[in-house]
Design a binder for this molecule. Structure first.
Ligand SMILES: [Ca+2]
Ligand SMILES: [Ca+2]
Length: 251
């Protein structure tokens, strides 16, 4: 003879089902929120860029500030702005939550702020044909320790390719020092100057004239354990340091 009402087991099953449904809803909501923020940041960066470029056409110069172009932070969007090469180009970024996108004169919309190094991340080693994501970064030097560069990339067996243009500050002999855990490969102006190698530290020497532009493509690939990429230079009057963000321009 069956009693009316629920048994403890039935109640537990109902509670578990409700908990699973709630968890699914939260994950779906977070996904929707991320996409909305991403879309909002992209649109805002593009619109801000259009305003700034329009101002350049009207006035002959880029606005001194975002406020001067009528662009203000809102409750959802935070903006940033910089001029490149004494007002030759302008860069703007827009952030919504954890999503940030940037537009620069002559470049396409990508993730990140106004960094001049284009970093493409792959969740394989060596790099596959399509990066997991591309973002603007300040330099080619990163130390991730045992962690990964981003939640979309695993801790091990990933690859990053940095692409940028270096502007030489002086005329003379330059020594570039590339230190990578685990694999490095470097191209200068499309010519392979460091073949794919797991030698931790390598030097590449080249003569440059002041203001000469050198396209640099540096790939670092992580196998396991700690991961880092360090891109340094030394030239007349400058001992070895990490190449600073001020030396890079977007390709
Ligand atoms: Ca690792
Ligand atoms: Ca490693």
């Amino acid at each position: 003879m069956r009693r009316a009402g629920f048994t403890i087991v039935e109640l537990l099953i109902v509670i578990v089902v409700i908990a699973i449904l709630a968890a699914i809803s939260i994950v779906a909501y977070n996904g929707i929120q991320d996409r909305a923020r991403s879309s909002s940041a992209q649109t805002s960066a593009q619109q801000a860029s259009k305003k700034i470029e329009a101002q350049k056409i009207l006035d002959g110069t880029y606005p001194a500030s975002l406020g001067a172009a009528g662009i203000q932070n809102t409750s959802d969007i935070t903006y940033g702005y910089s001029q490149i090469d004494s007002g030759d180009k302008a860069c703007v970024w827009a952030q919504s939550g954890t999503k940030t996108y940037t537009m620069q004169t002559g470049s396409t919309l990508i993730e990140g702020q106004c960094g001049q190094v284009i970093a493409s991340y792959y969740n394989t080693r060596p790099a596959g044909s399509t990066p997991e994501f591309i973002r603007a970064e300040g330099t080619m030097s990163n130390n991730w320790g045992g962690n990964s560069p981003d939640s979309r990339i695993p801790n091990d067996n990933f690859t990053v390719t940095y692409d940028s243009v270096l502007v030489a500050p002086v005329t003379g002999a330059y020594t570039f020092t590339i230190t990578t855990d685990d694999f490095s490969q470097v191209f200068f102006d499309g010519v392979e100057v460091l073949p794919y190698t797991n030698t931790r530290t390598s030097n590449v020497s080249v003569n440059l004239t002041a203001n000469q532009r050198l396209r640099v493509t540096y790939t670092g690939a992580e196998a396991g354990g700690a991961a880092f990429t360090i891109f340094e230079w030394a030239y007349p009057g400058q001992s070895r340091i990490s190449v600073p963000s001020s030396a890079f321009r977007r390709p």
